[in-house]
Design a protein around this ligand. Sequence first.
Ligand SMILES: [Zn+2]
Length: 234
Amino acid sequence: MTFALDPVIAAGIEVCRQPPVVPKRLSMAVSNNTVMSDHEHDHHHEHVDESVDDRQTWARRRREGVPTNKQLLVIACMDERIPVEDALGIELGDAQVFRNAGGKVTDDVIRSAALTTNFFDTEEIIIINHTDCGMMSAPDDAVREGLQAQAGDLDAADLDPSLPELNIGDADIMDWVKMTDDIDEACAAQVEYLRESSLIPDDVTVSGYVYEVESGELRRPGDRVAEEISERQV
Ligand SMILES: [Zn+2]
C-alpha cells in the first residue's frame, strides 16, 4: 500500500533526505555492465568479498560509529495503523524509531533522543502523532478506574524497573498517562519541547507531523486533509 504525500509535506521531507545509499553489491553490478564491454574481468570472489564486507559493516555499524543512513530519529505512536516508514519514505537502516502510546515525548524519549543526538550522530528528529489516537478515546476517569481495578493502590505501583523508587506518590496517575485532548496542539508542543531541551544539541532539526488515519496522509499540525476528523469525546 502506498500513500500519496501532500506535495508540501513531500517537499519538506525531500529536503531532509540525503542521497540514497546504494549497496556496494548493486553499485558493482551496475559498474560491471560498462566495464565488461572493455573486456575487463572481475574475479567472482571480489563480489563475495563486497557482500561479506557489507554484512559486517551492517552488523558492526554501531561499534564502527556508523549513524543511521538518514541520521534520523522518529518518534511515533505505537498504533498499528501508522505505516511510519512508508509515510516518511524511509527504509530499514534509515532511522531509529521510538514508538509508544500516543507518540509522547516522555522521559525515555528524551533519554533516547539525548543519547542518539549526542553520541550516534543523529541530526534530525521527526515526531508523528495521528488522528483517532487511542490516547483520545477515553475520559480520564475511565482510564484511572481501569488502572486502579488492575493495580489496586496506584500510589505504590512500580513505574520503572530500573528505578524501583520511582512511583506515582501524590501525583495524579493521569499526569503520567498523559491522555491527549488536541492532537495538533500536542504535536506542536512536543516539537517545541524537544527544540528547547537542553539535552538535545541546538543544531538538531525537530519537526512534527500528524498522520491522518482517515486520509492516509501526513500533514503539519493545524492543517487538515480529510473532511472528517475524529476528536476526543470527554
Ligand atoms: Zn495513537
